[in-house]
Design a protein around this ligand. Structure first.
Ligand code: ATP
Length: 552
């Protein structure tokens, strides 16, 4: 590698991450500081009138405080994993404490704290705060990259070595043993070249081309080699930028020896049994920590009625939590280092649980949606990386215009596709769209290289073919006026919304179920308007309407 190039990349990204963090913080603070109680509630960033309903011990000695209002919580936008402040707005002498939302139901919100919080039992408020953990971790990743030693992987990524190194002679594909023999030719080529790559593999997967399907085969082949005659089973870290991107893989891996690192409240329900928490709560580890958890919970219960003994109980709690931490840490280490496949978000790869571990291979899915620094959180943990994604779709969202101009939204995947094209395979057959829908994007973005699999190439919603598969409606000249709701700058257009509902009616009366239709519009106000019109028209109720921005 060329240390000067690495230093330059590190410096650039540290600066861009700083700009992005400043922009996000300024946005949040301006937002929170300028709003009244009523406005904060209306926007859903604060919940008032809460009281503590329960306190207990969570994983690694955290204190979990459950709060409720006595009935359903008002509408809010607070999500699990958000950093929140808890205070008592009517009493300034009560010091605010901050924690992380651990679980949410209609009636309760649970918050995890490092130490038991010293707050009163009622009259409390929760306010959503900006979360700087992601930024701290990205900074840590870039600093680590700057300090990393020369390696083959870094030579490929920052030096003159090409990313086409092979470990084995190419196998006879007709005789290869596949977990999924139905993979198409481009998928099989991607699997073989990924397994054979010495340091780097890039898999370019346009929509519906079976990127996940291909990664599943790669993971299974790494853990239990069948194609390449090697007895070495690899240990794999699989990451993605969002919880959903990781959970899609967990769901399709089946019964493999794996552990999903991440908060159970943030993962899909079907994935919960694979989470670290669930595995710890059910295995041998559970017995090891059961007694000590009970003792902590008893001490926590005494705390609220203890008066003068409060200090003693705090001291006892501190000791108990130290012991719990050390036992749980041992159990966590055993589980993570004993699993063939570990899965987490990129951000979580920078957490205490994973950051100093080593793997044989790191796989990143949806790499076209991840910031470069996030990728480094995972990539520094192995000597071989496989990145899958599609740089021709939307890049990750960036709040700071200066950071965007500086290149923060240019992903590592996109950079490597042009820097190391020899390491790339294109998945060329898609299984989702009629070819008429595909043709346009194939020509515009994929140099006309996409093929529609025969199973979908001519499929259509109607058996009697009188409705076109793809229709573009130019509303210029229709006198449809755009309007703006408020200072949010969100726009809507009544004429276009009515046109959408007319088309929905046509589809539904033609026999399409409303549940299989989705409407996407970039403006929240337009989402709201179409939702209202849809709710007023009973035939089309059930249609999904959204801005297309993922919530995961
Ligand atoms: N070789 C194949 N034969 C038949 N069906 C396939 C094949 N590969 C993928 N599919 C199907 O195509 C669909 C898309 O696959 P998959 O979700 O793996 O694609 P993707 O590229 O990850 O999708 P996305 O566009 O969401 O990123 C799935 O229904 C999958 O079962």
């Amino acid at each position: 590698m060329d240390p000067a190039i690495v230093a330059c990349v590190v410096e650039k990204h540290l600066k861009l991450i700083g700009l992005e963090e400043d922009a996000e913080r300024a946005e949040q603070q301006e937002f929170l500081g300028s709003l009244s109680k009523q406005q904060l509630q209306q926007r859903g960033v604060a919940i008032y009138g809460l009281r503590i309903t329960e306190q207990r011990t969570g994983l690694v000695g955290k204190t979990i405080v459950e709060l409720g209002t006595g009935s359903n919580l008002p509408a809010h936008v607070i999500k699990t994993g958000d950093v929140v402040q808890i205070d008592r707005p009517s009493k300034t002498e009560v010091e605010a404490v901050s924690g992380i939302v651990n679980r949410l139901t209609e009636n309760f919100i649970s918050v995890a704290f490092k130490e038991p919080p010293n707050i009163p039992d009622d009259g409390l408020r929760i306010v959503k705060l900006p979360n700087d953990v992601a930024f701290q971790r990205m900074r840590y990743a870039m600093t680590n990259l700057g300090n990393s030693k020369q390696s083959r992987l870094l030579d490929v990524l920052f030096g003159p070595v090409k990313g086409d190194g092979k470990q084995f002679p190419d196998p006879d594909t007709t005789k290869a043993r596949w977990f999924n023999p139905h993979l198409n030719e481009s998928q099989k080529e991607a699997v073989i070249s990924a397994l054979n790559a010495s340091e780097l593999k890039l898999i370019h997967g346009p929509p519906g081309t079976g990127k996940t399907e291909t990664l599943i085969e790669i993971i299974k082949q790494l853990v239990t080699p069948r194609i390449f005659n090697t007895s070495t089973r690899k240990r794999v870290l699989v990451c993605g930028p969002s919880n959903l991107s990781v959970d899609n893989i967990v769901e399709r891996l089946g019964q493999i020896d794996m552990v999903r690192v991440g908060h159970p409240a943030r993962v899909l329900e079907s994935v919960i049994p694979h989470t670290l928490d669930s595995r710890l709560a059910t295995g041998d580890a559970a017995a090891l920590v059961k007694d000590i958890r009970l003792e902590i919970d008893t001490a926590l219960k005494q705390l609220s009625k203890s008066g003068a003994k409060r200090r003693e109980i705090y001291a006892e709690l501190k000791e108990l939590r130290k012991e719990l931490y050390s036992r749980e840490k041992g159990a966590i280490d055993n589980l993570i280092s004993g699993s063939s496949v570990v899965l987490s978000t990129l951000n979580m790869a920078g957490s205490k649980l994973l950051k100093n571990r080593r793997f044989d291979v790191v796989i990143i899915d949806e790499a076209g949606q991840a910031l470069e620094a996030e990728c480094w959180l995972a990539m520094l943990l192995a000597e071989k990386v496989i990145l899958a994604g599609d740089h021709c779709q939307l890049p990750p969202t960036v709040s700071s215009p200066s950071a965007e101009r500086g290149g923060l939204a240019t992903t590592l995947f996109e950079r490597l596709v042009s820097r190391n094209p020899e390491a790339m395979s294109l998945l060329n057959t898609q299984y989702r769209m009629n070819h008429l829908i595909m043709d346009w994007s194939s020509t515009e973005f994929y140099h006309g290289k996409l093929i529609a699999d025969p199973s979908v190439a001519t499929h259509s919603l109607f058996t009697e073919h009188n409705e076109s598969v793809l229709r573009l409606i130019d509303t210029v000249g229709f006198d449809y006026l755009e309007a703006q709701v408020d200072e949010d700058q969100s726009k809507y257009n009544e004429g276009e919304a009515k046109l959408v509902v007319e088309h929905l009616l046509k589809l539904v009366t033609g026999g399409v179920s409303p549940k299989s239709i989705a409407v996407i519009t970039p403006y929240n106000a337009q989402v709201g308007l179409i939702e209202t019109l849809v709710s007023e028209c009973h035939q089309v109720r059930g249609v999904e309407i959204g801005s297309g921005i993922s919530q995961s």
